[in-house]
Design a protein around this ligand. Structure first.
Ligand code: HEC
Length: 104
């Protein structure tokens, strides 16, 4: 029981730390359309339960084309416990691909 509480607390701490660190990318999306901003919110909701967004943004060189992002999101949607539908995958790719285009 006590261990369960501790584990629960630890998980909560990790998730909220990830959510806070993901916010640092919000300003980069302020120029995007409302649709893309909503898709970015969805992206965070779907990726953060497993890990921080740094895992993506620290290695943008690996995702220099839309296809690379599509492949990544498809891989992540296949991970055990990921709840990302086909429609949501498209929206997530749209958000990350919008960001990619700003870097071109
Ligand atoms: C169900 C858990 C889960 C979800 C949801 C998830 N990931 Fe991952 N992700 C992982 C794991 C585990 C790894 C570690 C490497 C591996 O197993 O491929 C990883 C690795 C990565 C990597 C490192 C490169 C790679 O291919 O391994 C990136 C980038 C990444 N994830 C981005 C994302 C993005 C963006 C999302 C949201 C669309 C997301 N992840 C959602 C579990 C998840």
């Amino acid at each position: 029981m006590r261990l369960a509480c501790l584990l629960c607390l630890a998980t909560l701490t990790v998730v909220s730390a990830c959510a806070a660190s993901a916010k640092k990318y919000d300003p980069e999306f302020t120029l995007a359309s409302e649709t893309v901003q909503e898709d970015w919110q969805l992206t965070k909701d779907k990726c953060l339960p497993c890990h921080g967004m740094d895992r993506y943004f620290n290695h943008l060189e690996l995702y220099s084309e839309r296809r690379d992002i599509e492949e990544l999101v498809r891989d992540m949607a296949r991970k055990r416990g990921a709840k990302i539908s086909d429609d949501e995958q498209v929206r997530i790719v749209n958000a990350l691909d919008w960001h990619r285009q700003q870097l071109e």
